[in-house]
Write a protein that binds this ligand. Structure first.
Ligand SMILES: *[C@@H]1O[C@H](CO)[C@@H](O)[C@H](O)[C@H]1NC(C)=O
Ligand SMILES: *[C@@H]1O[C@H](CO)[C@@H](O)[C@H](O)[C@H]1NC(C)=O
Ligand SMILES: *[C@@H]1O[C@H](CO)[C@@H](O)[C@H](O)[C@H]1NC(C)=O
Ligand SMILES: *[C@@H]1O[C@H](CO)[C@@H](O)[C@H](O)[C@H]1NC(C)=O
Ligand SMILES: *[C@@H]1O[C@H](CO)[C@@H](O)[C@H](O)[C@H]1NC(C)=O
Length: 384
């Protein structure tokens, strides 16, 4: 997600980048996570709903029909020469609905009240990243009233591994949920190629449970986001009720799909024929309005999934005739500091930014504390 080309990387030291997005879902799920037979299908995206009642017991549990692999995908030209993970993606590309393991339907106070949420932090996190979530809860992602408006936090997650290991990690998220109420989890396998799916599942959830949230920060769990600055920035906009288009971050223009099979970002022609992506913001962190989030969700309904989640957001925006924009305060690639005289951890470098990639939890904690140190004085302009 943090791919960027050098020609586009701004030299200036004040740049940061952010970016990430999400989607959401409509399936109700209850009960143990691994039993596939105890589910029933509830497809609310189609006009005809399929709800098969349970026979095993009388609990109001919905069961789930597992999305089947599309074996015809193997007929795609050149399929057999594609890396296994691309083949796997093609087999399951049509699957857009997965049962929820952890849900928070009242996170925004219900659809009506959701307008009270000014900034919803939607952070992609995989189950193992406990330490990252912990530090974010204590620092920039703290839920709070900031300059008179509410910041709320959600981690969005899939599952990992299988068997006991999967159960153990699910249990961890369940425990965290009990304490913090900040996790949405779906029963799909976490992987880089499944990030687009995660984003769509979130947007689906948002349309249902939090449609009037004003703005969203969509990002990774290893970025440093200056949420105080974000609130000030968003409040300063002329249209600051989230009902107008807004999509800002680290803008990538004329990015070409990477055709090298060994790359993490490999996109063969079978996944994206065109040799260029529409403009998009790097997925490490980006800011968008509630309006734009719902437009993206609408557009996604008719756009085949691409495994590069941020580029996919760009495709959805493009289809809606909307443009992503760059913001000087977003540095998805981290600060480009070439001078060895500068301490790259100097809090003054980060104080005025919106978002920077990417920090280990301990640095995140320290930086947040230092930025808020009342005795901090910055004359960084002279240093640069
Ligand atoms: C794949 O293509 C072969 C030959 O064209 C055809 O016989 C077969 O039915 C196709 N398989 C699927 C699952 O579409
Ligand atoms: C399955 O894959 C084939 C080949 O790509 C495609 O034509 C078909 O639409 C896919 N089916 C579904 C349900 O996505
Ligand atoms: C998810 O990944 C695990 C291996 O990590 C695998 O055993 C399991 O079959 C996968 N599940 C699905 C639904 O693809
Ligand atoms: C995405 O998740 C689904 C459901 O768990 C899984 O079957 C599939 O293998 C995953 N895809 C990738 C590319 O990891
Ligand atoms: C999304 O689509 C629905 C149904 O087509 C429509 O009612 C709604 O206004 C659309 N939302 C946005 C933000 O475009």
């Amino acid at each position: 997600m943090f791919r960027f080309s050098k020609k586009k990387l701004n030299r200036a030291i004040h740049y940061l980048e952010l970016g990430v997005l999400g989607l959401f879902l409509i399936y109700f799920f209850k009960g143990s996570s691994d039993s596939k037979t105890d589910y029933l299908k509830l497809d609310v995206t189609k006009s005809s709903r399929t709800i098969k009642p349970l026979t095993k017991n009388n609990s109001p549990t919905f069961s789930w029909t597992k999305c089947q692999q599309n074996i015809s995908a193997a007929n795609i030209t050149g399929f057999s020469s594609l890396p296994e993970r691309v083949q796997d993606f093609l087999y399951y590309r049509h699957c857009r609905h997965f049962p929820m393991l952890l849900d928070l339907p009242d996170k925004c106070g219900g659809p009506e009240k959701s307008a009270d949420v000014f900034l919803l932090l939607v952070i992609k996190s995989s189950p193992v990243n406990y330490d990252r979530r912990e530090v974010l809860r204590k620092t920039w992602a703290k839920e709070r009233l900031e300059n008179g408006v509410w910041i709320r936090r959600l981690f969005i997650s899939g599952t990992m591994d299988s068997g006991y290991e999967k159960e153990r990690l699910n249990k961890l998220l369940e425990m965290e949920q009990r304490e913090y109420n900040d996790i949405l989890q779906w029963d799909f396998n976490e992987s880089f190629y499944n990030l687009t799916l995660k984003q769509i599942l979130f947007l689906e959830w948002m349309e249902r449970n939090c449609p009037n949230a004003r703005f969203l920060l969509n990002g990774d769990d290893d970025v440093f986001a200056n949420t105080e600055n974000m609130v000030l920035y968003l409040q300063s906009l002329e249209d600051n009720d989230g009902s107008k288009h807004l999509f800002i971050g680290n803008l990538n223009i004329n990015m070409e799909p990477i055709r090298t099979p060994g790359s993490k970002y490999f996109v063969p022609v079978q996944l994206h024929e065109s040799n260029v992506f529409p403009p998009y913001c790097s997925g490490g962190g980006f800011l968008l309005s509630g309006y734009t989030a719902l437009v993206i969700y609408n557009m996604s309904q008719s756009i085949t999934l691409l495994p590069i989640d941020d580029a996919y957001m760009g495709m959805c925006l493009g289809k809606a005739g909307l443009h992503p924009s760059s913001h000087i305060g977003v540095k998805a690639a981290g600060l480009d500091i070439s001078s060895i005289r500068i301490d790259t951890h100097d809090p003054c470098l980060y104080k005025d930014l919106l978002l920077v990639h990417k920090f280990p939890p301990s640095h995140m904690y320290l930086l947040w504390q230092r930025i808020h140190d009342p005795s901090l004085t910055c004359d960084y302009k002279e240093k640069l």
